[in-house]
Write a protein that binds this ligand. Sequence first.
Ligand code: HEC
Ligand code: HEC
Length: 241
Amino acid sequence: MRQTSQISKLTSLRAGFAAFSIFALIGISGVAIAADAAPMAPAAEAKATVPGKPKADAAAGEALYSSGDATRGVTACITCHGPKGQSAVGTWPKLSAQHAAYTTKQLKNFKDGSRANPVMMGMVATLTEQDMQNISAFLVKQPASEGVAQNKATIELGQSIYRGGIAAKGVPACAACHSPTGAGIPAQYPRLGGQWADYSYTQLIAFREGTRKNSNQMTIIATKLSDQEMKAVSDYMAGLH
Ligand code: HEC
Ligand code: HEC
């Protein structure tokens, strides 16, 4: 009995929701929500945030990036990622000029847990998909920041891995997907040139160890690289432009 009354309560809530959001949703998903039998509030919210393809608003993205939104518990990204997405230290990745679709994918992956990082998982918890697209649209317009390779002793090794891979171990050339200049190829292949070596190295380790499992291609590649090779190629990429 108790369950029945809860269900009918939920159903009327849902009917209210469906009526309320009828303008925001395309007809068919409104019907799907009303017809769905399971307890619904979170799923209904999730549906409401993806009405087709929302238009990205770079100005709104800049505001959120720079100031956060205290009323919604969104922390200002600039605190760690720096003005224009050009961070000051390798703990925090540079985000400037990164392809928007890639950035949005990462934010979603922190949210769905396929990229596990305690700091960023907290940051994305309060972001909507529209926020993610807005911030990504702002970041891709910022000038790419350049860096320098630090370790003269490993530049040659790093360069040969980046340009030609390691044939003996079946490691493909990084340049094939990330482009010879490190600018990447939108929308799938991220920009790597000028990134902090420490950050790139951490990501290669994360792919290998499975804390970052949002790319099979990169997991396979990272599994074949030694720590020394990862360090060499990461340092080389920091100076690539
Ligand atoms: C307290 C510091 C901090 C704040 C604030 C922060 N981040 Fe991050 N961010 C990090 C760290 C650390 C990483 C690296 C995570 C990892 O190793 O996977 C990261 C990674 C990222 C990445 C992945 C970059 C890539 O090249 O794949 C994106 C995108 C990102 N952050 C966006 C944001 C956005 C958007 C905000 C604001 C809503 C934000 N961050 C706020 C610390 C922070
Ligand atoms: C077959 C294509 C392909 C090749 C070859 C490739 N990558 Fe990637 N790489 C990708 C994709 C796709 C992603 C983005 C994964 C995602 O969506 O999170 C990526 C992401 C990365 C990242 C994370 C970037 C960031 O901002 O967090 C690093 C670092 C990286 N690759 C390094 C390398 C290195 C080093 C090599 C060469 C040894 C290499 N990649 C070769 C496809 C490739």
